[in-house]
Write a protein that binds this ligand. Structure first.
Ligand code: KIV
Length: 289
């Protein structure tokens, strides 16, 4: 649950990844403290240029999938652009909908001081909130690009104040995106909730990356991403091999083909639909959230 993440402050790095669908969530769940259904899914999964067009319904759909895949890790769902900025009441209505319809454990909203009142309003009404400051991608049209923040010292005070105010407002953790190391270190030391860095150095209390980026699946990645895998290459090699086998009629072979049952059953058995077996995993009453 969200307070477990807060309790990790000063006790060891918080490990997090984004997740957008059930099967990868199930794998990441074994290694991560929380999974973020980030609105980056608009760019990573749906080919949008920015996160701005992402609708609430899409977040709910992917949120449900991740919650179905995760058993242990806290699932946090991003509130998309336009779903929370208007007023605390609007933010509550939409966040409550996300929590009810996905069964996630918390929501994330972008913005520092300007969102402090909203964070307080949500937390006071039972919604755990993760904050997100520094580079806030939903504001890309105002910022004018995906630029690192705090590169000039005169910018530090405002960003540090963002950190203080979201912590005071009751956020259980805060994402620091694309911040210089000395500033990330200052914010981390100044507030009593974990700072989760993405492109914000190892001075943060935890780290998060976009899963497709670190897997080596995204075609372009920011400079702070380390590619821990070559999944794009593995997918391409597998698809190439499949296409070659199908064209060469080397697939399917008899081992991938249903055999007739010996002793011939009823005509319905011989001609009826192929049985599809689904493996259903038992769900423990939940740890998540
Ligand atoms: O949407 C997202 O993936 C995020 C991460 C960059 C933290 O907000």
């Amino acid at each position: 649950m969200a307070p477990d993440i807060t309790a990790m402050k000063g006790r060891g790095p918080v490990v997090a990844l984004t997740a957008y669908h059930a099967h990868t969530a199930a794998i990441a769940d074994r290694y991560c403290d929380f999974l973020l259904v980030g609105d980056s899914l608009g760019m990573v999964m749906h080919g949008y240029e920015t996160t701005v067009p992402v609708p609430l319904e899409l977040m709910i759909m992917h949120g449900r999938a991740v919650v179905r895949g995760a058993r242990r890790a806290l699932v946090v769902v991003d509130m998309p652009f336009g779903s929370y900025e208007e007023s605390p009441a609007v933010a509550f209505r939409n966040s409550a909908r996300v929590m009810k319809e996905t069964d996630c454990g918390a929501v994330k909203i972008e913005g520092g001081r300007r969102m402090a009142e909203t964070i307080h309003y949500l937390v006071d009404r039972g919604i755990p909130v993760m904050s997100h400051i520094g580079l806030t991608p939903q504001s890309v049209n105002v910022i004018g690009g995906y630029k690192a923040q705090g590169r000039r010292q005169e910018q530090w005070a405002a960003i540090e104040e963002d950190g203080r105010q979201v912590a005071e407002a009751g956020a259980f953790a805060v994402v620091l995106e694309a911040l210089t190391q000395p500033l990330a270190q200052r914010i981390t030391a100044a507030i009593d909730i974990p700072t989760i860095g993405i492109g914000a150095s190892r001075s943060c209390d935890g780290q998060i990356l976009v899963m497709e980026d670190m897997l080596g699946l995204s075609p372009r990645v920011p400079r702070y991403v380390k590619k821990f895998g070559k999944v794009g290459e593995a997918i391409e090699a597998a698809i190439r091999a499949y296409a070659e086998d199908v064209r060469a009629r080397a697939f399917p072979t008899p081992e991938h083909t249903y055999a007739m049952r010996s002793g011939a059953g009823s005509s319905r058995e011989r001609t009826g639909p192929v049985e599809i077996r689904a493996t259903k995993k038992p769900k423990t009453p939940s740890s998540k959230g």
